[in-house]
Design a protein around this ligand. Structure first.
Ligand SMILES: Cc1cc2nc3c(=O)[nH]c(=O)nc-3n(C[C@H](O)[C@H](O)[C@H](O)COP(=O)(O)O)c2cc1C
Length: 190
């Protein structure tokens, strides 16, 4: 009844929908390493890794379950109009996607020792863009387990996603990931 091409497109869409889209950037660094840890913990077969460097809003539209990973490297760096890679390029795409019926979770890399007043701010900025689109965000984290002064990622008294500090708290990463995955497991169905 359907042509081969259409059948392929439908099956590809169904396959993508059943997977978790794990959007990460930058291409190399802590976010990427943590994204690989998350994929391994969830199960490689349940996750599709997507580098934000190569992605657009249509890639977000392919998934019902989405995890975004972002680092804070200073506002001037990551959303500068002169920069055209990774999150600086992808950030405007986030608000073009449709989040109806989707579930979203965030993790953010930061450094709580050098930047205690701006800890994982980029995760907060991303969450605010998603909130404007009425995206359902799960996986908030209690800030009591972290040392920092201020963060734009605090929403209603909680971190809107999972903060990780590979620079000064790398030994805590695995346990933080494991606890966080338990907290989103039911919503993400893995
Ligand atoms: C130029 C620069 C600015 C940074 N600014 C912040 C910041 O404002 N807040 C924060 O929590 N971490 C900040 N960091 C720390 C990074 O977020 C951290 O090193 C992170 O692990 C980088 O991940 P990536 O290698 O995947 O980009 C900054 C790092 C650099 C190099």
């Amino acid at each position: 009844m359907f042509g081969a091409n259409l059948r392929y497109k439908i099956s590809k869409k169904l396959r993508d929908m059943s997977k978790i889209g794990l959007f990460f950037g930058p291409e190399k660094g802590s976010v990427h390493r943590v994204a690989e840890k998350l994929a391994a913990a969830i199960g490689e077969d349940k996750v599709e890794m997507v580098s934000v460097n190569d992605a657009s809003y249509s890639d977000i539209d392919k998934f019902d379950k989405i995890i975004f990973g972002i680092s804070t490297v200073g506002k001037e760096t990551w959303d500068s109009e002169y920069s055209n890679t990774d999150w600086s390029k992808f950030f405007p795409e986030v608000s073009k996607a449709d989040y109806d019926g989707k579930v979203v979770a965030l993790f953010g890399l930061g450094d709580h020792v050098t930047y205690p007043d701006h800890f994982v701010n980029a995760m907060g900025r991303l969450a605010k863009e998603l909130a404007k689109k009425d995206a359902k965000i799960v996986g908030s984290v209690d800030p009591d387990d972290y040392e920092f002064e201020e963060s734009e990622a605090l929403i209603d008294g909680k971190f809107v996603g999972l903060p990780l500090d590979e620079d000064f708290d790398p030994e805590l990463t695995d346990e933080r990931i494991s606890n966080w995955l338990k907290s989103i497991q039911a919503e993400f169905g893995f």
